[in-house]
Design a protein around this ligand. Structure first.
Ligand SMILES: NC(=O)c1ccc[n+]([C@@H]2O[C@H](COP(=O)([O-])OP(=O)(O)OC[C@H]3O[C@@H](n4cnc5c(N)ncnc54)[C@H](OP(=O)(O)O)[C@@H]3O)[C@@H](O)[C@H]2O)c1
Length: 352
Protein backbone atom coordinates (compact mmCIF):
# COMPACT_ATOMS: atom_id res chain seq x y z
CA UNK A 1 0.00 0.00 0.00
CA UNK A 2 1.41 3.36 -1.02
CA UNK A 3 2.31 5.73 1.85
CA UNK A 4 1.13 8.55 -0.39
CA UNK A 5 -2.47 7.30 -0.36
CA UNK A 6 -5.03 9.60 1.22
CA UNK A 7 -7.28 8.32 4.00
CA UNK A 8 -10.99 8.62 3.29
CA UNK A 9 -13.10 7.93 6.34
CA UNK A 10 -16.54 6.47 5.93
CA UNK A 11 -19.57 6.57 8.17
CA UNK A 12 -21.64 3.61 6.96
CA UNK A 13 -25.27 3.53 8.03
CA UNK A 14 -26.82 0.14 7.31
CA UNK A 15 -24.83 -3.06 7.56
CA UNK A 16 -27.13 -5.45 5.74
CA UNK A 17 -26.90 -7.01 2.29
CA UNK A 18 -25.44 -3.93 0.64
CA UNK A 19 -23.42 -2.46 3.53
CA UNK A 20 -21.62 -5.73 4.17
CA UNK A 21 -20.93 -6.34 0.48
CA UNK A 22 -19.50 -2.84 0.22
CA UNK A 23 -17.06 -3.55 3.09
CA UNK A 24 -16.07 -6.82 1.41
CA UNK A 25 -15.51 -5.03 -1.89
CA UNK A 26 -13.32 -2.40 -0.25
CA UNK A 27 -11.32 -5.15 1.43
CA UNK A 28 -10.88 -7.02 -1.87
CA UNK A 29 -9.86 -3.87 -3.73
CA UNK A 30 -7.79 -2.18 -1.02
CA UNK A 31 -4.55 -2.68 -2.97
CA UNK A 32 -5.98 -1.12 -6.14
CA UNK A 33 -7.65 1.66 -4.19
CA UNK A 34 -4.29 2.70 -2.77
CA UNK A 35 -2.13 1.88 -5.79
CA UNK A 36 -4.35 3.10 -8.64
CA UNK A 37 -6.50 5.71 -6.95
CA UNK A 38 -4.34 6.93 -4.06
CA UNK A 39 -7.12 6.25 -1.56
CA UNK A 40 -7.12 4.37 1.74
CA UNK A 41 -10.74 3.73 2.75
CA UNK A 42 -11.28 3.54 6.51
CA UNK A 43 -14.48 2.95 8.46
CA UNK A 44 -14.98 5.51 11.23
CA UNK A 45 -18.50 4.39 12.15
CA UNK A 46 -20.98 1.70 11.23
CA UNK A 47 -24.59 1.88 12.32
CA UNK A 48 -27.46 -0.59 12.24
CA UNK A 49 -31.07 -0.35 13.35
CA UNK A 50 -31.05 -2.95 16.11
CA UNK A 51 -27.77 -4.86 15.91
CA UNK A 52 -25.37 -2.43 17.52
CA UNK A 53 -23.04 0.14 16.12
CA UNK A 54 -19.35 0.70 15.90
CA UNK A 55 -17.51 3.95 16.45
CA UNK A 56 -13.81 4.16 15.61
CA UNK A 57 -12.95 7.80 14.78
CA UNK A 58 -9.35 6.87 13.87
CA UNK A 59 -10.83 4.49 11.30
CA UNK A 60 -10.69 0.72 10.83
CA UNK A 61 -9.63 -0.88 7.58
CA UNK A 62 -12.27 -2.96 5.83
CA UNK A 63 -10.43 -6.09 6.96
CA UNK A 64 -10.45 -4.94 10.59
CA UNK A 65 -14.08 -3.94 10.29
CA UNK A 66 -15.09 -7.32 8.86
CA UNK A 67 -13.07 -9.17 11.48
CA UNK A 68 -15.15 -7.40 14.11
CA UNK A 69 -18.39 -8.19 12.35
CA UNK A 70 -17.75 -11.67 11.00
CA UNK A 71 -17.00 -13.66 14.08
CA UNK A 72 -20.56 -14.71 14.79
CA UNK A 73 -23.50 -12.92 16.26
CA UNK A 74 -23.35 -9.34 15.09
CA UNK A 75 -24.98 -8.22 18.36
CA UNK A 76 -21.83 -9.28 20.14
CA UNK A 77 -19.45 -8.28 17.39
CA UNK A 78 -20.53 -4.66 17.13
CA UNK A 79 -20.08 -3.66 20.74
CA UNK A 80 -21.76 -0.26 20.97
CA UNK A 81 -25.50 -0.23 21.54
CA UNK A 82 -27.38 1.10 18.52
CA UNK A 83 -27.18 4.87 18.27
CA UNK A 84 -29.27 7.14 16.13
CA UNK A 85 -27.61 7.66 12.76
CA UNK A 86 -27.31 11.40 13.26
CA UNK A 87 -25.39 10.85 16.52
CA UNK A 88 -22.97 8.48 14.82
CA UNK A 89 -22.48 10.96 11.96
CA UNK A 90 -21.63 13.69 14.47
CA UNK A 91 -19.22 11.48 16.42
CA UNK A 92 -17.47 9.79 13.50
CA UNK A 93 -15.52 12.70 12.02
CA UNK A 94 -15.86 10.97 8.67
CA UNK A 95 -15.43 12.38 5.17
CA UNK A 96 -18.24 10.45 3.48
CA UNK A 97 -21.62 9.17 4.61
CA UNK A 98 -22.69 5.95 2.92
CA UNK A 99 -26.47 5.66 3.39
CA UNK A 100 -27.58 2.01 3.12
CA UNK A 101 -30.54 1.87 5.49
CA UNK A 102 -33.95 0.53 4.41
CA UNK A 103 -36.37 2.53 2.29
CA UNK A 104 -39.07 4.45 4.10
CA UNK A 105 -41.68 4.31 1.32
CA UNK A 106 -43.86 7.00 2.89
CA UNK A 107 -41.42 9.87 3.00
CA UNK A 108 -37.81 8.73 2.85
CA UNK A 109 -37.29 9.71 6.48
CA UNK A 110 -34.34 8.80 8.69
CA UNK A 111 -32.22 8.67 5.52
CA UNK A 112 -33.11 12.28 4.67
CA UNK A 113 -32.15 13.34 8.20
CA UNK A 114 -28.89 11.36 7.93
CA UNK A 115 -28.00 13.07 4.67
CA UNK A 116 -28.82 16.53 5.97
CA UNK A 117 -26.68 15.88 9.06
CA UNK A 118 -23.78 14.83 6.85
CA UNK A 119 -24.05 17.89 4.60
CA UNK A 120 -24.21 20.14 7.67
CA UNK A 121 -20.77 18.77 8.59
CA UNK A 122 -19.38 19.24 5.09
CA UNK A 123 -19.37 15.51 4.35
CA UNK A 124 -19.92 14.02 0.93
CA UNK A 125 -22.80 11.56 0.64
CA UNK A 126 -23.29 8.34 -1.31
CA UNK A 127 -26.75 6.84 -0.96
CA UNK A 128 -28.19 3.57 -2.23
CA UNK A 129 -31.35 4.36 -0.31
CA UNK A 130 -33.68 5.75 -2.96
CA UNK A 131 -36.05 7.42 -0.48
CA UNK A 132 -34.18 10.74 -0.28
CA UNK A 133 -33.86 11.00 -4.08
CA UNK A 134 -37.48 10.04 -4.61
CA UNK A 135 -38.92 12.35 -1.95
CA UNK A 136 -36.55 15.26 -1.51
CA UNK A 137 -33.96 15.35 -4.29
CA UNK A 138 -34.07 19.00 -5.30
CA UNK A 139 -33.78 20.35 -1.74
CA UNK A 140 -30.97 17.95 -0.80
CA UNK A 141 -29.05 18.67 -4.01
CA UNK A 142 -29.31 22.39 -3.26
CA UNK A 143 -27.99 21.86 0.29
CA UNK A 144 -25.12 19.77 -1.08
CA UNK A 145 -24.22 22.50 -3.56
CA UNK A 146 -24.47 25.25 -0.92
CA UNK A 147 -22.13 23.30 1.37
CA UNK A 148 -19.70 22.28 -1.36
CA UNK A 149 -20.49 18.60 -0.78
CA UNK A 150 -20.58 15.75 -3.29
CA UNK A 151 -23.89 13.89 -3.57
CA UNK A 152 -24.03 10.63 -5.51
CA UNK A 153 -26.73 7.99 -5.79
CA UNK A 154 -26.01 5.61 -8.67
CA UNK A 155 -27.26 2.60 -6.69
CA UNK A 156 -30.74 4.00 -6.10
CA UNK A 157 -32.34 2.99 -9.39
CA UNK A 158 -30.63 0.03 -11.09
CA UNK A 159 -28.15 -1.31 -8.55
CA UNK A 160 -24.69 -0.79 -10.07
CA UNK A 161 -25.75 -0.38 -13.69
CA UNK A 162 -24.75 3.09 -14.87
CA UNK A 163 -27.80 5.23 -15.39
CA UNK A 164 -26.98 8.55 -13.75
CA UNK A 165 -23.26 8.19 -14.50
CA UNK A 166 -23.93 7.26 -18.13
CA UNK A 167 -26.27 10.20 -18.54
CA UNK A 168 -23.73 12.56 -16.99
CA UNK A 169 -20.75 11.28 -18.95
CA UNK A 170 -22.13 10.08 -22.26
CA UNK A 171 -25.28 12.02 -23.14
CA UNK A 172 -24.33 15.67 -22.67
CA UNK A 173 -26.91 18.11 -23.98
CA UNK A 174 -29.67 15.50 -24.24
CA UNK A 175 -33.08 16.01 -22.73
CA UNK A 176 -34.87 13.07 -21.21
CA UNK A 177 -38.40 12.99 -22.63
CA UNK A 178 -39.46 9.91 -20.71
CA UNK A 179 -38.54 6.34 -19.87
CA UNK A 180 -39.86 2.80 -19.64
CA UNK A 181 -38.29 0.47 -17.14
CA UNK A 182 -38.36 -2.80 -15.29
CA UNK A 183 -37.17 -1.59 -11.92
CA UNK A 184 -38.17 -4.33 -9.49
CA UNK A 185 -36.42 -7.68 -9.51
CA UNK A 186 -38.47 -9.22 -6.71
CA UNK A 187 -41.72 -8.97 -8.66
CA UNK A 188 -39.95 -10.12 -11.86
CA UNK A 189 -38.88 -13.28 -10.11
CA UNK A 190 -42.20 -13.91 -8.36
CA UNK A 191 -44.27 -13.45 -11.53
CA UNK A 192 -42.06 -15.81 -13.55
CA UNK A 193 -41.92 -18.40 -10.76
CA UNK A 194 -45.72 -18.34 -10.43
CA UNK A 195 -45.98 -18.89 -14.18
CA UNK A 196 -43.87 -22.01 -13.68
CA UNK A 197 -46.16 -23.29 -10.95
CA UNK A 198 -44.35 -22.12 -7.79
CA UNK A 199 -46.30 -20.39 -5.05
CA UNK A 200 -46.07 -16.66 -4.41
CA UNK A 201 -44.71 -17.28 -0.89
CA UNK A 202 -42.08 -19.74 -2.04
CA UNK A 203 -40.82 -17.39 -4.76
CA UNK A 204 -40.71 -14.45 -2.35
CA UNK A 205 -38.68 -16.50 0.13
CA UNK A 206 -36.10 -17.15 -2.56
CA UNK A 207 -35.70 -13.43 -3.40
CA UNK A 208 -35.21 -12.76 0.32
CA UNK A 209 -32.57 -15.49 0.56
CA UNK A 210 -30.78 -14.02 -2.47
CA UNK A 211 -30.74 -10.61 -0.77
CA UNK A 212 -32.52 -8.45 -3.33
CA UNK A 213 -35.98 -8.22 -1.78
CA UNK A 214 -36.53 -4.99 0.14
CA UNK A 215 -36.18 -5.25 3.94
CA UNK A 216 -39.99 -5.09 3.98
CA UNK A 217 -40.99 -7.00 0.81
CA UNK A 218 -44.43 -5.37 0.69
CA UNK A 219 -42.53 -2.38 -0.71
CA UNK A 220 -41.69 -4.54 -3.75
CA UNK A 221 -45.05 -6.27 -4.00
CA UNK A 222 -47.20 -3.16 -3.72
CA UNK A 223 -45.11 -1.07 -6.14
CA UNK A 224 -43.54 1.34 -3.62
CA UNK A 225 -39.98 0.41 -4.58
CA UNK A 226 -40.64 0.80 -8.31
CA UNK A 227 -42.55 4.05 -7.75
CA UNK A 228 -39.68 5.44 -5.68
CA UNK A 229 -37.20 4.55 -8.43
CA UNK A 230 -39.41 6.10 -11.09
CA UNK A 231 -39.72 9.28 -9.03
CA UNK A 232 -35.97 9.33 -8.34
CA UNK A 233 -35.03 8.99 -12.00
CA UNK A 234 -37.62 11.55 -13.08
CA UNK A 235 -36.51 13.98 -10.38
CA UNK A 236 -32.83 13.83 -11.26
CA UNK A 237 -32.92 13.57 -15.05
CA UNK A 238 -36.21 15.35 -15.85
CA UNK A 239 -36.30 17.87 -12.97
CA UNK A 240 -39.77 16.44 -12.31
CA UNK A 241 -40.10 17.44 -8.63
CA UNK A 242 -42.55 14.62 -7.99
CA UNK A 243 -42.82 12.25 -5.04
CA UNK A 244 -43.65 8.53 -5.17
CA UNK A 245 -47.22 9.16 -4.05
CA UNK A 246 -47.76 10.97 -7.36
CA UNK A 247 -46.92 7.73 -9.21
CA UNK A 248 -49.93 5.52 -10.03
CA UNK A 249 -49.18 2.09 -8.59
CA UNK A 250 -50.48 -1.42 -9.15
CA UNK A 251 -49.75 -4.24 -6.69
CA UNK A 252 -48.95 -7.82 -7.73
CA UNK A 253 -50.47 -9.08 -4.47
CA UNK A 254 -53.64 -10.28 -6.18
CA UNK A 255 -52.07 -11.98 -9.19
CA UNK A 256 -53.23 -15.59 -9.13
CA UNK A 257 -51.09 -18.56 -10.21
CA UNK A 258 -53.76 -19.19 -12.88
CA UNK A 259 -53.25 -15.73 -14.37
CA UNK A 260 -49.45 -16.07 -14.40
CA UNK A 261 -49.70 -19.54 -15.95
CA UNK A 262 -52.21 -18.37 -18.58
CA UNK A 263 -49.86 -15.56 -19.65
CA UNK A 264 -47.04 -18.05 -19.93
CA UNK A 265 -49.16 -20.49 -21.99
CA UNK A 266 -49.98 -17.63 -24.36
CA UNK A 267 -46.26 -17.00 -24.82
CA UNK A 268 -46.38 -13.74 -22.86
CA UNK A 269 -44.83 -12.60 -19.59
CA UNK A 270 -46.26 -10.62 -16.72
CA UNK A 271 -44.06 -7.72 -15.72
CA UNK A 272 -44.26 -4.63 -13.52
CA UNK A 273 -43.56 -1.82 -15.96
CA UNK A 274 -42.59 1.71 -14.89
CA UNK A 275 -43.30 4.50 -17.30
CA UNK A 276 -42.71 8.24 -17.11
CA UNK A 277 -43.15 10.91 -19.69
CA UNK A 278 -42.99 14.67 -19.79
CA UNK A 279 -46.46 16.06 -20.22
CA UNK A 280 -44.84 19.19 -21.63
CA UNK A 281 -41.29 20.36 -21.89
CA UNK A 282 -41.30 24.08 -22.64
CA UNK A 283 -37.77 25.38 -22.47
CA UNK A 284 -38.62 28.13 -19.97
CA UNK A 285 -40.30 25.98 -17.31
CA UNK A 286 -38.16 24.98 -14.36
CA UNK A 287 -40.16 21.89 -13.52
CA UNK A 288 -41.97 20.27 -16.44
CA UNK A 289 -45.04 18.20 -15.70
CA UNK A 290 -44.09 14.53 -15.52
CA UNK A 291 -46.55 11.65 -15.27
CA UNK A 292 -45.31 8.33 -13.96
CA UNK A 293 -46.90 4.96 -13.35
CA UNK A 294 -46.13 1.43 -12.17
CA UNK A 295 -48.41 -1.06 -13.92
CA UNK A 296 -48.77 -4.79 -14.28
CA UNK A 297 -48.56 -5.62 -17.99
CA UNK A 298 -48.33 -8.66 -20.23
CA UNK A 299 -45.38 -8.44 -22.58
CA UNK A 300 -45.21 -10.13 -25.96
CA UNK A 301 -41.94 -11.78 -27.05
CA UNK A 302 -41.00 -8.88 -29.33
CA UNK A 303 -41.01 -6.38 -26.43
CA UNK A 304 -37.46 -5.34 -25.50
CA UNK A 305 -38.20 -6.19 -21.85
CA UNK A 306 -39.56 -9.70 -22.53
CA UNK A 307 -36.25 -11.29 -21.50
CA UNK A 308 -35.72 -9.01 -18.49
CA UNK A 309 -36.56 -11.55 -15.79
CA UNK A 310 -35.30 -12.72 -12.43
CA UNK A 311 -32.93 -10.23 -10.87
CA UNK A 312 -32.31 -8.43 -14.18
CA UNK A 313 -33.42 -4.83 -14.60
CA UNK A 314 -33.59 -2.51 -17.60
CA UNK A 315 -34.52 1.01 -18.58
CA UNK A 316 -35.10 2.61 -21.97
CA UNK A 317 -34.38 6.32 -21.89
CA UNK A 318 -36.26 8.30 -24.51
CA UNK A 319 -34.06 11.26 -25.41
CA UNK A 320 -34.41 14.20 -27.77
CA UNK A 321 -31.00 13.89 -29.41
CA UNK A 322 -29.99 10.24 -29.14
CA UNK A 323 -33.35 8.52 -29.61
CA UNK A 324 -33.93 5.57 -27.33
CA UNK A 325 -31.04 4.28 -25.22
CA UNK A 326 -31.38 1.06 -23.24
CA UNK A 327 -29.37 0.20 -20.14
CA UNK A 328 -29.74 -3.32 -18.77
CA UNK A 329 -28.31 -5.13 -15.79
CA UNK A 330 -28.21 -8.89 -16.13
CA UNK A 331 -28.70 -10.67 -12.82
CA UNK A 332 -28.19 -7.87 -10.33
CA UNK A 333 -27.52 -8.84 -6.73
CA UNK A 334 -26.38 -6.81 -3.70
CA UNK A 335 -22.81 -7.11 -5.01
CA UNK A 336 -23.76 -4.87 -7.91
CA UNK A 337 -25.28 -2.31 -5.55
CA UNK A 338 -22.09 -2.43 -3.49
CA UNK A 339 -20.25 -1.65 -6.72
CA UNK A 340 -22.48 1.41 -7.16
CA UNK A 341 -21.24 2.70 -3.80
CA UNK A 342 -17.68 1.90 -4.78
CA UNK A 343 -17.95 3.67 -8.14
CA UNK A 344 -19.59 6.69 -6.52
CA UNK A 345 -16.80 6.83 -3.97
CA UNK A 346 -14.23 6.86 -6.74
CA UNK A 347 -16.20 9.55 -8.58
CA UNK A 348 -16.05 11.69 -5.43
CA UNK A 349 -12.29 11.19 -5.28
CA UNK A 350 -12.12 12.50 -8.85
CA UNK A 351 -13.97 15.61 -7.67
CA UNK A 352 -17.33 14.73 -9.20
N1 LIG B 1 -30.38 -5.37 -1.66
C1 LIG B 1 -30.27 -4.85 -2.88
O1 LIG B 1 -29.98 -5.57 -3.86
C2 LIG B 1 -30.44 -3.37 -3.10
C3 LIG B 1 -30.32 -2.86 -4.39
C4 LIG B 1 -30.44 -1.47 -4.59
C5 LIG B 1 -30.69 -0.64 -3.52
N2 LIG B 1 -30.85 -1.18 -2.28
C6 LIG B 1 -31.15 -0.27 -1.17
O2 LIG B 1 -30.08 -0.34 -0.25
C7 LIG B 1 -30.59 -0.14 1.08
C8 LIG B 1 -30.11 -1.30 1.95
O3 LIG B 1 -30.59 -2.50 1.40
P1 LIG B 1 -30.17 -3.89 2.06
O4 LIG B 1 -30.65 -4.94 1.13
O5 LIG B 1 -28.75 -3.85 2.48
O6 LIG B 1 -31.11 -3.88 3.36
P2 LIG B 1 -30.98 -4.83 4.66
O7 LIG B 1 -30.23 -6.07 4.31
O8 LIG B 1 -32.34 -4.96 5.22
O9 LIG B 1 -30.06 -3.98 5.64
C9 LIG B 1 -30.47 -2.75 6.16
C10 LIG B 1 -29.47 -2.33 7.22
O10 LIG B 1 -29.84 -1.04 7.70
C11 LIG B 1 -29.88 -1.08 9.13
N3 LIG B 1 -30.75 -0.03 9.63
C12 LIG B 1 -32.11 -0.02 9.71
N4 LIG B 1 -32.53 1.16 10.20
C13 LIG B 1 -31.42 1.90 10.47
C14 LIG B 1 -31.18 3.19 11.01
N5 LIG B 1 -32.20 3.99 11.36
N6 LIG B 1 -29.91 3.61 11.16
C15 LIG B 1 -28.88 2.83 10.81
N7 LIG B 1 -29.02 1.60 10.28
C16 LIG B 1 -30.29 1.14 10.12
C17 LIG B 1 -30.32 -2.48 9.44
O11 LIG B 1 -30.03 -2.83 10.78
P3 LIG B 1 -30.98 -3.89 11.55
O12 LIG B 1 -30.89 -5.16 10.77
O13 LIG B 1 -30.36 -3.97 12.89
O14 LIG B 1 -32.36 -3.30 11.54
C18 LIG B 1 -29.44 -3.25 8.45
O15 LIG B 1 -28.12 -3.34 8.92
C19 LIG B 1 -32.10 -0.03 0.96
O16 LIG B 1 -32.48 1.31 0.97
C20 LIG B 1 -32.39 -0.67 -0.38
O17 LIG B 1 -33.54 -0.15 -1.00
C21 LIG B 1 -30.72 -2.51 -2.04
Amino acid sequence: MSDASRAVKICLLGFGNVGRRFCELVERKSGELAGDHGVRVLFAAVGTGSHGSLLAPDGLTAAEMLAVAHGGDIDLMLPDPPRPGTELIAAAGADVLVEATPLDPLGGHAAIEHIEAAFARGMDVVTVNKGPIAWDYRRLADIAAANGCGFRFEGTVMDGAPVFNMWESCLPGCRLLGFDAIFNATTNFILDAMGEGRSFADALTQTQADGYAESDPSHDIDGHDAAAKAAALANVLMDARITPDAVDKESVRDVTPERAAAARRAGRRLRVLCTAFAADLPAQRAAPGVRASVRLVELAPEHPFFAVGGSSLAVILHTDLMGDVEVAELAGLPEQTAFAVYSDLLALQRGR
